[in-house]
Design a binder for this molecule. Structure first.
Ligand code: FAD
Length: 476
């Protein structure tokens, strides 16, 4: 492989991989079947790269053998969950071995005494909730890709999602991990304990490590009692600033922390309603808030619902629709969950951003986005987790703009956007990760000394830079 320290995957190595994982679990020389593993959900041919071989192991010891082989032969290995990532994290940047965790998809234990679930990394996140609900329990992680993404990918990205304002992000619920280190050792971090100060907190160094420090093969997740009642509200506003201005009113003045406060601007909601073949809830809808409240009793949730509706109406909401049956709730969430698909369908020339600022700065962030779109002649539909200060802004080529111009200015727009986000006290990714896509821009928001420290940590775990190379850190 020219200009890289890596060696190619030879037929002899494929024979060894057959012996480790079983021939049916190895794809080699089958470009059509391997194409699905060349990309995640990040748009753009520059974020796609074919693996030389795809291996679907079943168990930590197989993965450990693969890592030892990869070190011996200097072959890069890229772990992959469901491939729903939005930063190119699971893209095999230098070819090599694509390690798909799809066969490791069992829920191993639901321990109601300790309120934990023990799962393999390839379990679809939604399936965890379906399984634990029968026991009156609840897993609080809720990325909007919940029906497709894997829990291993959630841990690797420290996924956020629709319930972070009240429940926090994935890392809060990770109590233990079995990890295969890049050098092939299998280690246990944490366990079913709620407290543990034995040595460095390597467990939470692994969370959010984007497949670069180890491969998770078993995950111990903390569960909560299932809230007894919940309500979803869909609240239309005439424009985005009035919708966003209501968010702090709910939290700081009504003193309520909803389970979710999701936001959609005018263009993202119009694209979504058009795609699903429905109409917005009010003819003058120029922005939406979707608010979920949950609590220990229906009376508690009713009281909070009333206070939130009052705050929204006082803040200029056009109306407030209450979805208090599972069907209406699901329909309301469906609109928000479909926003990514609807907006990306509009144009292939886009950059889907995941910017995050301190929550109170979100209105200023919106102004920055407007200035950027005016200055560069692009459109920027956006939606996201309003109460977390986390917006998904889809910078989209202007209709009349030549593709060449778009390609020439895209990096400049991103640089300007990231600088503005940084000035507001924010950063370039709230939940989707740096991966391949944002690595060139890391120095805009991270001190060089800190980048160097993180590189040293990476070297300590992975001296030959075998595991998921070409991610997070900018090229030297
Ligand atoms: C429609 C849509 C909505 C989304 N909504 C949200 C949202 O609300 N919140 C949010 O945070 N994200 C969201 N995402 C992004 C994405 O779903 C998450 O980043 C998710 O956590 C990725 O999981 P995955 O299994 O698809 O991982 P992949 O994309 O396959 O991989 C992601 C990273 O994890 C690593 N990895 C995967 N499995 C392992 C493992 N077992 N061990 C070590 N490393 C591993 C990979 O190497 C890669 O770096 C959304 C994506 C889409 C398409």
């Amino acid at each position: 492989m020219p200009n890289t320290p890596y060696h190619p995957v030879t037929p002899a190595i494929v024979t060894e991989l057959h012996a480790i994982a079983g021939a049916p679990n190895v794809l080699y020389g089958e470009p059509e079947r391997m194409l699905d593993y060349a990309h995640d959900e990040t748009q753009g041919a520059q974020y796609s790269h074919m693996p030389e071989v795809v291996v679907k192991p079943n168990g930590a010891s197989e993965i450990a053998e693969i890592m030892r082989l990869a070190n011996r032969e200097r072959i890069p290995v890229t772990p992959r969950g469901a491939g729903s990532g939005l930063s190119g994290g699971a893209v095999p940047r230098f070819g090599g071995i694509l390690l798909s965790l799809e066969r490791m998809n069992r829920i191993l234990e639901i321990d109601t005494g300790n309120l934990v679930a023990v799962v393999e990394p390839g379990v679809v996140t939604n399936e965890i909730n379906e399984a634990v609900r029968r026991h009156g329990l609840f897993y609080a992680g809720y990325p909007m890709s919940v029906e497709t993404c894997f829990i291993g990918g959630n841990v690797a990205e420290n996924a956020g999602g629709g319930r972070a304002i009240k429940y926090g992000v994935t890392g809060r619920y990770v109590l233990g991990l079995e990890v295969v280190l890049p050098t092939g050792e299998i280690v246990e971090l944490g366990g079913k304990r709620l407290k543990d100060v034995t040595g460095y907190d390597l467990l939470h160094l692994m969370v959010g490590s984007e497949g670069s420090l180890g491969i998770f093969t078993r995950i111990v997740l903390r569960l909560l009692p299932l809230p007894a009642a919940r309500t979803v509200l869909l609240v239309p506003f005439k424009d985005a600033p009035s919708a966003l201005a209501v968010v702090p009113q709910i939290i700081t003045q009504a003193h309520i922390v909803p389970a979710s406060v999701e936001f959609m601007d005018g263009s993202s909601l119009r694209a979504t309603y058009e795609m699903i073949g429905e109409k917005p809830p009010h003819p003058a809808t120029g922005a939406l808030l979707l608010i979920e409240l949950d609590g220990p009793s229906a009376a508690h949730v009713d009281t909070e619902t009333e206070a939130v509706v009052d705050a929204c109406l006082a803040g200029g909401a056009l109306d407030a629709y209450v979805g208090n049956t599972p069907t209406t709730e699901k329909k309301m969430w469906h609109v928000r969950e479909k926003a990514h698909e609807a907006v990306t369908q509009k144009s292939p020339h886009q950059s889907a951003e995941d910017i995050v600022v301190p929550p109170a700065a979100i209105a200023e962030l919106l102004t920055e986005l407007e200035q950027l779109s005016g200055h560069y002649g692009v459109t920027i539909p956006c939606f996201g987790h309003a109460a977390d200060g986390n917006l998904h802004a889809y910078i989209t080529k202007g209709q009349e703009m030549p593709v060449k111009t778009w390609e020439a200015i895209r990096a400049e727009i991103l640089t300007e956007l990231y600088r503005a986000v940084y000035r507001l006290g924010g950063t370039i990714s709230g939940e989707h990760g740096i991966g391949l896509k944002r690595s060139p821009y890391l120095p805009l928001v991270m001190d060089p000394a800190l980048i160097e420290l993180e590189r040293r940590i990476k070297r300590a775990f992975d001296p030959l830079n075998i595991l998921n190379p070409g991610k997070i850190f900018p090229s030297p």
